[in-house]
Design a protein around this ligand. Sequence first.
Ligand SMILES: [Zn+2]
Length: 263
Amino acid sequence: MPLSAQRSQAEGGGPGGIRKPPRCPRRADWIALNRRTGEIVPASCRANFCSWCGPINASHIAGALALAGPERAILLTGLSPNWQTNRHWMRESTYRLRKVLKGELQLAWHIEPNPKGTGHHAHAWQRGPFIPQRALSEVVASVGMGKVAFINRMRGNPNKPLGYGLKLAGMPYGMKTITETEDGLATYLEANGGRLVHTTKGFWRDAEGNACGQREAMKAWASRNRTATLVEEGKWEAMPDERRPGFTRAIAQQRAAEYMARE
Ligand SMILES: [Zn+2]
């Protein structure tokens, strides 16, 4: 068991806190099974807004971001409380930066409310041409954001998930109570139009460094880290938990028959 999981268990929910369920609450009476391997796991809904699945999606995205090999981390300030405004500002900034830099600028980003309720900021990860701090600052200010912008070179490690500022979304074992997770997750999603991350077209990379879509990038990360439910996605099917005994019996009989046929 990962250390963080142990810690989370040891801490429990605290006084008045609610323990996080050990599975997706939206598919509580369902299992996912793999007819080929006989594996059975708790079913999950995979929705970003789900208190169980959202943080898992977030952790796969954190890994996929590392696979994409970003070269610089960016922090933008003075964003709007309005998601549509921020989306427009980010698109416009990307467009203007590409014009200034004349290069294949790739960006992944998300919005976060400032911790003390003093507005919003954006985290971004960039691959492509060098962006002088001053050029960045001028461009984002020209679209309406704050002038204060930071860009730092980062040492990429494709084996290590990006921090990705996902505290709000709640990493799988990082949060103690459902209520905390749901609040954080809901706040995060509201600030991001329901999504966990936004990217320019062409940002994602698979494990071989080839261009791919977000889902493929998340799978590439998961397959590296052996989270089989995501890797073997196509082969899994859901069924009510009450049908589990019949299914396991059928698998056992099938295995026995295969064994006899080989003898
Ligand atoms: Zn779920």
